[in-house]
Design a protein around this ligand. Structure first.
Ligand code: DGY
Length: 319
């Protein structure tokens, strides 16, 4: 009997779903948005694999709804904070993700945020569009330099390193802080207090887990320079957003560039960080290029094909 594989979205970029459809019966979620958990559970019954996105919740209820046929859950995302890893391990289900293929694209976006926030590009663009560019003043639209500044990278995986590489092109001094001792020629390892105190730009590139939740709170923001910019392309939960808002409003730090939020998506109920002066906000688009999204789906499909063929997954979750 042909094995069945569930894709939580009916269509995804690239050829990954076609590759799966060649080999398996594909069960497709009904809408492009995040499916309701009850819909997912109903669709999952009896499938051997599930291809899902980073914002789908993979919990014991979903795994049990799939039942003993389920061998692999492949996320088309690097982050895996929505997965109950213990529940998957207890049921012998392999969980995979897509690190690596999105590192360069996400690092590009981190740099876009750095430039936008420090040079106040959104404010300048909006002022021009509103017809307010009426004369030249030496003190209009003043921002802070990126070149020659010190960048502190928190979390030194593939994305963190890609951010560090870009910083060298801007003549920046680069520091990093990571859980595991990691040395290279790109940047200097330091402890977190040193990084916060010495950096002009702090880039967050850690996964969200219990150890990193609210890693940046009031005390950490207070330890940063008043001219510093905080950039987050990882997960919103890494930052205490209330503390960040206070720090921006009282001048504890200069600016922020945020691609991720504690509550996603936002719909019309916007976070107060959106629209806050000196904050650049984007709707979680770190990996959103045509090539990278296709590569993520392709890698997730390969992981399913490999596991269901009895081969080791290419990119299982790290131990
Ligand atoms: C990731 O891959 O983790 C991105 O944030 C998209 O979910």
């Amino acid at each position: 009997m042909t094995q069945r594989v569930l894709t939580t979205r009916p269509a995804l970029p690239g050829g990954g779903l076609d590759r799966l459809a060649d080999r398996f019966e594909l069960v497709r979620g009904s809408g492009q948005g995040k499916p309701e958990p009850a819909e997912l559970r109903a669709l999952a019954a009896g499938v051997s694999g599930i291809l899902c996105l980073g914002n789908d919740r993979v919990d014991a209820a979903l795994l049990d709804a799939a039942g003993p046929s389920l061998k692999v859950v492949a996320l088309a995302s690097a982050g895996f904070d929505g997965v109950d890893r213990d529940a998957a391990a207890e049921r012998g289900v392999v969980v995979t993700h897509t690190p690596g293929v999105l590192a360069e694209t996400t690092a590009d976006l981190a740099f876009a945020l750095i430039l936008m926030a420090r040079r106040r590009l959104g404010t300048a663009r909006d002022s021009l569009a509103a017809g307010q560019w009426d004369t030249f003043r030496m003190d209009d639209y003043l921002g802070l330099d990126v070149h020659g500044a010190t960048l502190g990278v928190v979390g030194y995986g593939q994305i963190g390193r890609a951010v560090a590489r870009r910083a060298h092109g801007f003549g920046m001094r680069v520091l990093h802080h990571s859980r595991s001792a990691s040395k290279d020629t790109l940047s200097t390892p330091v402890d977190l207090p040193t990084l916060l105190a010495e950096s002009d730009v702090v880039s967050l590139n850690v996964p969200l887990n219990p150890a990193t939740r609210h890693l940046i709170g009031a005390a950490e923001l207070a330890a940063m320079k008043p001219t510093a910019t905080l950039v987050n392309t990882s997960r919103g939960g890494v930052v205490d957003e209330d503390a960040l808002l206070r720090a921006l409003r009282d001048g504890t730090i200069h600016s922020a560039g945020l691609d991720v939020f504690a509550r996603e998506p936002m719909g019309a109920e916007l976070s107060p960080l959106v629209g806050e002066p000196r904050v650049v906000t984007l709707p979680h688009i770190g990996s959103a290029t045509e090539a990278t999204r296709a590569a993520m789906v392709d890698l997730a499909a390969h992981n399913i094909l490999d596991v269901l063929a009895g081969r080791p997954a290419r990119t299982p979750l790290p131990g």
